[in-house]
Design a protein around this ligand. Structure first.
Ligand code: 5GP
Length: 124
């Protein structure tokens, strides 16, 4: 079952211009802005403008135009933030087990130096 969408999540409020953001890129389908609490020298977020709670609902129900625009935007943001040539990591936390905090689909683009190991092995 698709995740329900909370109209009052923080990114929905950014999209309605109720909360300011430091924009990297904006087009018809996509908004990208710098994370308020950057985990690396470059830490941008890329979100679709339409109401998708997570990657699963986006993959299952977004139009081809939205999906193309989103993936194109990832490359443009990597270029615009200066990480495309030296490399970067994209993270998409999804749902409870994925520790997704904001229930509006977002990809993190992090870089500007080594991003470190992908995951630490769990002890238990
Ligand atoms: P998640 O854990 O859901 O994958 O990531 C949510 C991200 O949103 C976090 O990295 C957090 O710092 C960022 N964030 C939360 N609230 C705001 C905000 O109001 N503005 C911006 N620019 N980023 C936010």
């Amino acid at each position: 079952m698709a995740a329900t969408y909370d109209d009052n999540n923080i990114f929905a409020r950014i999209l309605r211009n109720e909360i300011p953001n430091n924009t990297v890129l904006e087009d018809e389908h996509v908004l990208s802005f710098h994370d308020i609490s950057p985990q690396r020298p470059v830490h941008a977020l890329v979100i679709p403008k339409a109401a998708y709670a997570d990657l699963t609902s986006f993959a299952e129900t977004a139009s081809d135009a939205e999906i193309v625009a989103f993936v194109r935007a990832l490359g443009k943001v990597a270029r615009a933030t200066g990480v495309a040539d030296d490399g970067y990591r994209i993270i998409c936390n999804t749902g409870e087990n994925g520790h997704q905090e904001v229930p509006h689909l977002h990809f993190h683009i992090v870089g500007g130096g080594s991003t470190g190991p992908m995951l630490r092995r769990q002890d238990s």
